[in-house]
Design a binder for this molecule. Structure first.
Ligand code: ATP
Length: 367
């Protein structure tokens, strides 16, 4: 049995169904992330696990025992908030010691646990400092130490990196991965930042409007999204209206033959979908290659187009390319890595180009 079981949990606020029959199993030692847009129900679910709120229907189980009716302080669960929630008049050591003191720990044990936990977050030399003397990243480490000091079974982290600037955020991501691996505590992490979720998690639950859309490992979510919402929410995709055509030549039978509305025919991964089915074809910008107009494309899926604009980002350049004729234009994005030193702009706005992609790239999504 999983460490934490969430079974058919619903939570309603007036007319709003904030959680709609959510079921999840979270394993011991997992770094598990709840990912979704603002208002999808992530914090509501976290509050139910912590015991700050109770579900209207369904049940939560920890280690095979129901959590219903157990108050937050008696659950082996701790929460780390984005705001840190440190006590300003207490030193770092006193802040970290607080949960143990509340639980009635003996002074020797308390001192030793605080010392060991501060060492885990690399703050052993800051034990006498006050919160106002610390940087944002250091305050976040104190909050993590306070969450871990009581050795919870589950540590809940509600957008803990949200208040940090981009560079520090990256550093703290690496810290969180290390820390979780070292302490082995199950982390349930909440974020709406998909890149962060992909970088940190063993598994991710993508949520939308109170429901779970998909639960998977990061690379599975990115390469095999279950539906349009997940495809759109994780990473970037170009979407094109498409219709399945009858299977073509026999060597193409293990592929889908698609007609892209206003553009032409392509081969795409997938099989067994009836001819005439309408939907959309999604392809990631990094899978679209841009080549010059006179280049003979070695890839079967190719169209000519014109560069509308480009966005230079340093490591990559994003090209927005208009495909199709008047009336059926379609703009798609192609992302090219600037991997050769010194070269960053291969094509200029207004230039005629071709785009192409491999026939195992992209995804057909039913309507
Ligand atoms: P964010 O990323 O913005 O924090 P979230 O995914 O955590 O969003 P929740 O905070 O769980 O979303 O909220 C889900 C929905 O439930 C929202 O529409 C929110 O307004 C509503 N909601 C949450 N708590 C309450 C409450 N106590 N009373 C009324 N509505 C609530």
């Amino acid at each position: 049995m999983a460490l934490l079981e969430i079974r058919d949990v619903s939570r309603r606020f007036g007319d709003l169904l904030a959680l709609d029959q959510v079921s999840l199993s979270i394993e011991a030692g997992e770094f598990f992330t709840l990912l979704g847009p603002s208002g999808c129900g992530k914090t509501t679910l976290l509050r139910l696990i912590a015991g700050f709120d109770e579900p209207d229907a369904g049940s939560l189980w920890l280690d095979g025992a129901p959590l219903a009716g157990i108050p937050p302080e008696r659950r082996p669960v701790h929460t780390v908030f984005q705001s840190y929630a440190l006590f300003p008049h207490m030193t770092v050591a006193q802040n970290v010691a607080f949960p143990l003191r509340m639980a009635g720990a003996m002074p020797d044990e308390l001192r030793e646990r605080v010392r060991a936990t501060l060492a885990q977050v690399h703050l052993e030399d800051k034990d006498r400092a006050y919160p106002h003397e610390l940087s944002g990243g250091q305050k976040q480490r104190v909050a993590l130490a306070r969450g871990l000091v009581g050795k919870p079974r589950v540590l809940l982290l509600d957008e803990p990196l949200g208040a940090l600037d981009a560079k520090l955020r990256l550093e703290m991501q690496i810290e969180l991965i290390r820390l979780q691996r070292e302490v082995g505590v199950t982390f349930v992490f909440v974020t709406h930042a998909q890149v962060e979720a992909l970088a940190l998690s063993h598994r991710i639950a993508v949520m939308n409007a109170g429901r779970i859309e998909q639960v998977d490992e990061p690379d599975r979510l990115y390469t095999a999204p279950a539906n349009r919402f997940v495809t759109d929410f994780i990473g970037t995709s170009n979407f094109m209206a498409a219709e399945v055509l009858p299977a073509g030549r026999s060597q193409d039978r293990d592929q889908l033959h698609l007609k892209l509305c206003g553009l032409g025919e392509i081969l795409a991964p997938g099989m067994g979908i009836a001819a005439g089915t309408h939907g959309s074809f999604a392809i990631r910008p990094e899978h679209v290659r841009v080549i010059g107009p006179d280049h003979v494309p070695e890839l079967r899926n190719h169209f000519s187009g014109r560069v509308r604009e480009l966005l230079y980002r340093g490591d990559v350049t994003v090209y927005r390319i208009q495909l199709g004729d008047n009336g059926t234009e379609k703009t798609i994005e192609a992302l090219m890595a600037n991997s050769a030193p010194g070269r960053a702009r291969f094509f200029e706005p207004g230039q005629t180009v071709q785009v192409c992609w491999r026939q195992d790239a992209g995804l057909f999504l039913h309507e």
